[in-house]
Write a protein that binds this ligand. Sequence first.
Ligand code: T4K
Length: 367
Amino acid sequence: MKEITVTRPSLPPMDEYINEIKSIWETRCLTNTGDKHIRLQAELAKYLDAENAELLSSGHAALELTMEALGLEGEVITTPFTFASTANAIVRRGLTPVFCDIKPDNFTIDPSKIEELITEKTSAILPVHVYGNICDTDEIERIAEKHGLRVIYDAAHAFGVKYKGKGVGSFGDVSCFSFHATKVFNTVEGGAVTFRDSAFGEKIRKLKNFGLCGGEDTDTAGCNAKMNEFSAAMGLCNLRHIDEEIKKRKAAAEGYLAALEGVKGIKLPECTADTEHNYIYFPALFDETKFGAGRDEVFKALKENGIYARKYFYPLTSNLKCFKGKYRGKTPTAEYVSERILSLPMYSSLSQEDIDRVCAVILKCKK
Ligand code: T4K
């Protein structure tokens, strides 16, 4: 039986990549902000509609270094409906996460619940464009301005998404991207930040390179979060194919919608007029009282048939072993969604045959 995993990384044609990395054998420039790094950075800023971009070694590094460069202190309001990285980054910076509930329609932070969580200790809001669904940026940024807070978007899932005609790199103080192998756009491992303030860019550049300040001296205790030239080369190649990548994912999403739309008890991703989506994940929410089978039962049935869907995102980060009971914020909608959501396989080479197989197992669970 052919196994179907939740995702399968996209690779450029092998010849194209080999051609891109050939020059490395001449220059011997493997890392430390080489030519490929510089080219990819410029191309990404343009693609993401950002004034500036800075490449990094991972999406997680983007979150940690952003909070450090902004000099955040105290509490950061975020949502628990995300990957561990978001809350880990806050805590690893010595900050306190405060968990805000999410909206039931697209699972992003509920702006109407943010203000009640703000105290004199709050320094920033860190919303997540979860599954590539863009947060209510106007309202979040209005609240942030009113209270003098910074806004950092965790845009790990939102590469290439456009919202109200604007590219995803144009929102907030900073947006943090992941270019991990499992993402719509990958550099094997990698990430980036997009931002407006050039002084922030200076700080990030220093932090990602040990704090070196020109010569041999360091004026900041930085780390190493640079993207190497082989990763940047992968990015340059993958970026040439990104439109095709998203188009194929859209076709896969339409395949799922054709088979599952209208089935009682399954909530599927909704297309909204103001968003050009990237189809990074295909999350389906199972309401046992209407569908007859709950998420865990569907997950198990799929697994028995060689299909490895994933419970993105369960448990909530607020319920992870290392955080449970430690931080404030009541999040009943996030609890509800987290208990019922399942990310179905989604990638550009997913065939209609594969989709039919996944949907047949799901529909067989219906009672
Ligand atoms: N913020 C958010 C909201 C995030 O979702 C993430 C990462 C971050 C921040 C941090 O960004 P990075 O520091 O990672 O750049 C995966 C990814 O490792 C992680 O990047 C991602 N989010 C998270 C949602 O998912 P796992 O542990 O579920 O991945 P794994 O290794 O089980 O892979 C899933 C499936 O993909 C496998 O079953 C098979 C397939 N796969 C995976 C890899 C790595 C392949 O076929 N080939 C591969 O090389 O975390």
